[in-house]
Design a protein around this ligand. Structure first.
Ligand SMILES: NC(=O)c1ccc[n+]([C@@H]2O[C@H](COP(=O)([O-])OP(=O)(O)OC[C@H]3O[C@@H](n4cnc5c(N)ncnc54)[C@H](O)[C@@H]3O)[C@@H](O)[C@H]2O)c1
Length: 464
């Protein structure tokens, strides 16, 4: 019979009606195997509403990093009644937030920020404040040779360590390699030898600082909606750490809060994005195969997806953004021998923009002075985000080679390449049209516009 650590140590939070299920965790000399270390945070049968679930109403929060993840999180926590200090190293971001505005476009965020700023529940600064909960949501990009760059997480840890008090909680929301949350706890322990920090497999001493990983799986464009609705996996360095971190989210998250260990939460987040990357790589490879067979890849995938258990994603101009194009490398870096499929998928997707650029060049070869119009520059449909955008890299590559390139993107006001204000006119005057992003407004374009043009449709906008 396995022991229930929640019972043995007391339930994580009676107000949350949390319950540990499964085996003992973190209390053995030899570590149990991963599947046996699962813990689950279960809502009571009739879950109280978000408003009534405010166990830590008086608790203070400091959010480190006010970007796509940190800012909506800070705003939601402030709106739920917490006293939130936002911290960002960019003074311009801090000034905007204090004025009740977001530095990026996101549905309903400005209204929420304005409310939080005027109520006084959210204040931003370039330095962190002492708080019961520290939430780290800073960038975790790649450095040279596809290695994880955790310098921003380390800088945030170094900034908050002097402020920590016994019992405080540090939640790492940034996407990180497996083992990084434990490394964060160890870094804080080195900076603050006077405090007790948790260690995997060791019982938490009294007054221990809690350290947990709670990764994000939100979609920009629907950030607030998904922050509230999505299930969250919360991985603690110890069970008590996970339970404590869950209390932070209970007031704002309506999805399930599922507790596990930190390494599992790290792996789960990375595997979610690697799964999508592999599926997209498969679609991109199918597009290549179809090209050879003279078949339409979009029709092929639509027909294959009629199988009840097949769900192939769509091919495109490549994979961009700061998540799917980055996170799988964290797995490759952590286990290069084992992550062969993950690495290959990254390579297939990274090669796709070059393949599409080559198709555009080939289409342009038939014209003396080809005018190329590209539809879409953002890294994905209906977003203004240019980070790691394959479409942008194609546009820049062709422009650098001397092609007359004009881009159309209804979601962008400025871009590093010439932007056309009128998409219809830009198509009319083009010799070659590259369709790189399936923005919804493009779907309404009259197909007759494309007649007589050399069209490279990377996203299947005109398919079917
Ligand atoms: N954007 C997404 O859709 C998304 C989704 C899931 C996970 N994530 C992950 O969340 C993390 C944050 O991503 P993001 O998209 O919010 O990044 P972002 O670039 O939009 O914002 C990060 C913010 O952190 C600030 N910052 C950098 N170093 C700092 C420091 N030491 N202290 C305080 N502030 C600092 C930056 O100035 C910036 O404003 C990353 O690990 C990312 O992979 C992002």
């Amino acid at each position: 019979m396995r022991r229930d650590p929640g019972r043995r140590r007391g339930r994580p939070s009676s107000l949350l009606a949390a319950r540990w299920e499964g085996p003992g965790w973190g209390d053995r000399d030899t570590l149990p195997t991963l599947p046996r270390m699962r813990g689950t945070f279960r809502r009571p049968a009739a879950a109280p509403s978000a408003r009534s679930r405010r166990p830590e109403q008086g608790a203070t929060v400091c959010v480190h990093g006010l970007g796509y993840i940190g800012l909506p999180t800070a705003a939601l926590l402030a709106d739920a009644g917490r006293q939130v200090a936002g911290c960002d190293i960019q003074p311009a971001v801090v000034a905007l937030v204090n004025a009740g505005r977001a530095p990026f476009a996101e549905r309903d965020l400005d209204a929420l920020l304005a409310r939080a700023a005027s109520s006084g529940h959210l204040r931003a600064a370039t330095t962190p404040s002492p708080a019961d909960f520290h939430v780290i949501a800073v960038p975790t990009p790649l450095r040279e040779r596809q290695r994880p760059d955790l310098s921003a997480v380390q800088a945030a840890a170094d900034a908050l360590a002097p402020l920590l008090r016994p019992g405080d909680t540090v939640v790492l929301e940034s996407t990180v390699p497996v083992g990084a949350t434990e490394a964060l706890a160890a870094r804080i322990a080195t900076a603050r030898p006077d405090l007790a920090l948790p260690r995997r497999g060791a019982p938490a001493p009294p007054g221990c600082v809690h350290v947990a990983h709670c990764p994000e799986r939100v979609l920009p464009g629907r950030l607030l909606e998904e922050l509230r609705a999505n299930d969250r996996v919360i991985g603690g360095v110890t069970p008590a750490c996970a339970a404590r971190a869950a209390e932070l989210y209970a007031g704002v998250v309506q999805g399930a809060l599922v507790l596990t260990e930190a390494r599992m939460a790290e792996l789960v987040k990375l595997s979610e994005n690697a799964f999508r990357d592999v599926n997209i790589a498969f679609a991109n490879e199918l597009a290549l195969l179809c090209e050879g067979f003279g078949l339409d890849p979009f029709q092929a995938i639509a027909l294959a997806n009629r199988h009840p258990r097949v769900r192939i994603l769509q091919p495109g101009a490549g994979v961009g953004g700061h998540c799917i194009a980055v996170d799988p490398w964290f797995l490759v870096d952590g286990a290069p021998e084992q992550a062969r499929l993950v690495r290959t998928a990254r390579e297939v997707n990274d090669a796709t923009p070059r393949r599409i650029a080559a198709k555009l060049r080939a289409a342009a070869a038939g014209f003396a002075r080809p005018r190329i119009t590209l539809l879409g520059l953002a890294y994905k449909p209906d977003a203004e985000d240019l980070r790691e955008s394959p479409a942008l890299s194609i546009a820049l590559e062709l422009a650098t080679e001397g092609y007359a390139v004009t881009a159309c993107d209804p979601f962008l006001r400025a871009a590093p390449v010439a932007l056309a204000a009128d998409v219809v006119e830009a198509i009319r005057t083009a010799d070659v049209v590259g369709i790189l992003v399936a923005h919804t407004p493009f779907r309404a374009l009259d197909r007759a516009l494309f007649r007589g043009k050399a069209v490279v449709d990377a996203v299947g906008l005109l398919a079917g």
